[in-house]
Design a protein around this ligand. Structure first.
Ligand code: CP
Length: 311
């Protein structure tokens, strides 16, 4: 594996989950693998879990981590070829990426979708430019097209908690006051397609995800019907994909409650708005897996770093 740019880099989800669970049992088992090596972590957007868990994963492997809030502290970057740079951009991505390759042995990058221009967003230009010009392995810490470290952590969490061989997993849209990207639900759907599970997606009409991702997954517009007999309920807001980046509904009846959840396990990638997306009692209840998901982010990142260091 040269880079970890998306969930498609995971060639065998069952095997990766097993390997991550082994790392979790003995996180220091490969603590010399990263000796004298440096991981750069570039954040164009905010983060708590990704920032901390990836640094912790680096620490467990003996890697040094250099963290930069590029969105706040870096020079504004130019991505177009053959431009006269007499505008706002101070540095071209070709130089910036090349320079990062001088200091680091691996780079993680977070650069969210802008949600204004689908075609531009889906080029994932920050992630892909770094992969092209840095000369070192690049890890996606959430881009327009996906959040594969989150999806891998979610696969580990489902594996740890399933009590039937083929659980029913429901991905349920929830209301949110702001327009959120599609990276988490898209990677989640792709991940579930790679494990042994039945997936149902439920959302108001107009919130269909990319049909290229959902393919033949069942979509049920009636949330109550969708939730029937669920083993895992993954709640997430996303903005409209067809009316790109628009908030079409704030329907509070879609919020996840204890009554709706029933006996299912509750999952959310966090951060989450209490009593908007999900009730506080569900979040704090005994079926909530959110802390386990957050914990598993470390072992997802550690497995990816280990594989990249090994190759
Ligand atoms: N779930 C997740 O990626 O959290 P952060 O945005 O805090 O990193």
């Amino acid at each position: 594996m040269k880079h970890f740019l998306g969930i498609e880099a995971i060639d065998d989800m069952h095997l990766w989950v097993r390997e991550a669970r082994d790392l979790k049992k003995d996180p220091a088992a490969y603590s010399h693998l990263g000796k004298n090596k440096t991981l750069g972590l570039l954040f164009f957007n905010n983060s708590l879990r990704t920032r901390m868990s990836t640094q912790k994963a680096a620490f467990n492997l003996g890697l040094n981590a250099l963290v930069m809030n590029v969105g706040q502290d870096g020079w504004s970057l130019e991505f177009e070829d053959n431009v006269i740079m007499n505008g706002e951009s101070a540095e071209h991505i070709k130089e910036a990426a090349g320079v990062l390759g001088q200091y680091c042995d691996l780079i993680g990058v977070r650069a969210f979708a802008g949600l204004k221009d689908k075609e531009k967003d889906e080029k994932d230009r920050v992630l892909n430019a770094l992969a092209t010009y840095s000369g070192i392995p690049v890890i996606n810490m959430e881009s327009t097209l996906g959040h594969p470290l989150q999806a891998l952590a979610d696969a580990i969490t489902i594996d740890e908690n399933k009590i039937v061989e083929r659980p029913k997993v429901v991905l349920s849209w929830a209301p949110h006051p702001r327009a959120l990207p599609h990276a988490v639900p898209h990677s989640f759907v792709r991940m579930i397609q790679q494990i042994t599970a039945d997936l149902v997606i439920t959302h108001p009409e107009g919130y269909e995800l990319d049909p290229g991702v959902t393919q033949n997954t069942t979509i049920e517009y009636d949330q109550e019907k969708a939730l029937k007999d669920a083993d895992f309920v993954y709640v997430k807001n996303w903005s409209s994909y067809s009316q790109y980046g628009k908030v079409l509904s704030q329907d509070t009846s879609w919020m996840m409650t204890r009554e709706k959840l029933g006996t299912a396990n509750f999952m959310h990638c966090l951060p989450v708005r209490r009593n908007v997306v999900v009730s506080g009692e569900v979040l704090e209840g005994n079926k909530s897996l959110v802390m386990q998901q957050a914990n598993n982010r470390t072992y997802a990142a550690q497995l990816v770093l280990k594989k990249l260091l090994g190759s």
